[in-house]
Design a protein around this ligand. Structure first.
Ligand code: HEM
Length: 160
């Protein structure tokens, strides 16, 4: 694995970074550019439909990058022999953040699907509750964790 990493390091780091850009950048664009615009739609049903539709697009785009992020992380852990270095704690912290973000994303996908089902059944209150949780807490939490992971990445990058 170390030889493989040495040969393809630039590609592996590139894939790792672009995955973080798409995942974290996608959430920021959705939450702070698209979402306020959706809120201008007057009809609550139409507004929630649009939000749910846009979230489906976001989740479809980010899921492959979440997987690439992990695969490249594993390659770097082995390639740098990260567990044997003084920076192993930083590596473990990033693993924990990735796992938390991935679980949070999975729960968001389930919540969005639930909101769509409730919308189709005409349960506006239930749908609003599910979508609000995603927009108010779950996406901002993942953005914050992503920014911390990027900072830890920059720290690792300048130390390894
Ligand atoms: C799954 C556990 C993770 C591990 C073990 C890990 C490990 C690393 C390592 C070793 C580097 C340094 C690469 C180099 O410069 O050669 C790095 C950089 C980076 N990581 Fe991660 N990472 C993980 C998760 C994440 C997550 C969740 C994000 C963001 C969502 C992220 C974003 C970045 C970024 C943007 C860089 C580049 C920083 C720079 O070059 O200044 N990483 N990561």
């Amino acid at each position: 694995m170390q030889e493989f990493f040495a040969e393809y390091k630039a590609y592996i780091v590139f894939l790792h970074v672009i995955s973080a850009v798409v995942w974290v950048g996608g959430m920021i664009a959705m939450r702070y550019a698209a979402h306020p615009s959706f809120m201008q739609i007057e009809s609550p049903a139409h507004r929630m439909e649009r939000v749910a539709h846009a979230l489906k697009g976001l989740f479809t785009i980010v899921v492959p990058f979440v997987v690439i992020l992990l695969v490249t992380a594993v390659i770097m852990i082995k390639g740098y022999g990260l567990s044997q270095t003084e920076f192993s704690a930083l590596g473990h912290a990033k693993e924990g953040i990735w796992a938390f973000m991935a679980v949070n994303l999975f729960v968001m996908i389930l919540r969005r699907n639930r909101a769509v089902r409730l919308l189709n059944e005409g349960n506006m209150v239930g749908a609003k509750f599910s979508l609000e949780l995603i927009g108010k807490y779950m996406v901002p939490l993942n953005i914050a964790l992503g920014v911390i992971a990027i900072f830890l990445g920059a720290t690792l990058s300048s130390s390894l």
